[in-house]
Each structure stands twice: as structure tokens, then as C-alpha cells.
Design a protein around this ligand. Structure first.
Ligand SMILES: [Zn+2]
Length: 188
């Protein structure tokens, strides 16, 4: 449910006007300032991202930007798979049993996938969202390094074992980055 502007008025009450779209204040109480408009736009884009996720049947877990990044990978892979099928066709259309020209289902599906990919990439491009995603991943990488360094420091390894740590870490980081199936993970 949308809230009213609620700014204090000169008469001592609260403003009962509705805020501008995505904002928290009305036009008369700063809602139209560049800063308020930018914040409102960001809220609208995030709401849009959540709506796009809901449309794709995914629950937005935690940061919608990270989920949107995963979604971009998925819809782009689907688009490529359909493009390969369209390329394998003799042409975009065929003549059906009643003699009328029909568009192949693959062509329609590819067209839909293309639209969806553009929509998701557009959302990611707005407000530098992809840069934010990279930053989150870098933060997680640094936290992970901190964690591993902490564990290793308490193990009292021999110098030979310690020298082996970077190699083992690289191997497991690579395996993790390649993707881990849920049945390979320890039980929650
Ligand atoms: Zn107001």
C-alpha cells in the first residue's frame, strides 16, 4: 500500500498529497528534486527487476540484482539454443496441410527469447547494476580468501603442506566457479 507524502506542513499537520511515482514525497515537498527523482527511478527499476523475476517464475532471494544477473545468463543461453534450432530450419516459414504459410514455432520462440534477453540486459544496464553485481562477487571472493587464510593459519601445517595450499585453493576455486550441483554440497 502506497503511503502519503506525510511531510510537516506550515499549519502543523502532515501533507496528505500522494508522492510522485516511486518516490516518498509529493511535488511540493521535494519529490521533484533531481536527487528524489533519481532515488524514485532506482526504486522503480528495482520493482521492475522483481516483477521480471516473478514473471520468469523465480523467487527473488536476497539481492534482486544478483538474481537478475543469473537470469540474464539463463535467458541468453536459451536464446542461443533457439538460434541454433532456427538456423537448422530450411526457412522461417512452411506451408501447412491447408496450403497456408505458417511461421515455424522455433522462430516465434527465438523471437520471444530475444525480446526477453534484451529486456533483462536493459534492466542490468540501467543504473550500473552490472557493475554492482561484479562488486558483490569481488567482495564475496575476498571474504572467501579471508576464510581460507584463517582456516589454514590454524592448521599448523608443515612448510611443504603450506606451499601446496595455493595449488589446492586454485583447483577448488576453479571447480566451484564451474558450478556445483546441489547434491555435491553438504546438507544445510
Ligand atoms: Zn507533500
Amino acid at each position: 500500500m502506497k503511503d502519503r507524502c506525510n511531510a510537516r506542513t506550515r499549519s502543523g499537520g502532515n501533507c496528505r498529497r500522494w508522492p510522485l511515482a516511486g518516490g516518498t514525497r509529493c511535488k511540493l515537498h521535494g519529490g521533484a528534486s533531481p536527487r528524489a527523482k533519481a532515488a524514485a527511478q532506482r526504486r522503480l527499476v528495482e520493482a521492475d527487476a522483481r516483477a521480471a523475476l516473478a514473471h520468469e517464475g523465480l523467487r527473488p532471494l536476497g539481492d534482486p540484482i544478483i538474481e537478475l544477473g543469473k537470469l540474464a545468463t539463463e535467458v541468453s543461453a536459451m536464446k542461443d539454443a533457439l538460434a541454433a534450432r532456427v538456423n537448422a530450419l530450411d526457412g522461417p516459414t512452411f506451408t501447412d496441410a491447408f496450403g497456408s504459410e505458417q511461421v515455424h514455432a522455433e522462430v516465434r520462440l527465438y523471437s520471444d527469447a530475444l525480446d526477453r534477453t534484451i529486456k533483462v540486459l536493459d534492466l542490468l544496464g540501467k543504473h550500473d547494476l552490472d557493475a554492482r553485481l561484479v562488486r558483490v562477487q569481488e567482495d564475496q571472493g575476498r571474504l572467501f580468501q579471508y576464510l581460507v587464510a584463517g582456516v589454514v593459519s590454524e592448521l599448523a601445517l608443515t612448510p611443504e603442506q603450506t606451499a601446496f595450499v595455493p595449488e589446492v585453493m586454485t583447483k577448488w576455486l576453479r571447480k566451484t566457479a564451474e558450478g556445483v550441483r546441489s547434491n555435491e554440497l553438504p546438507a544445510a
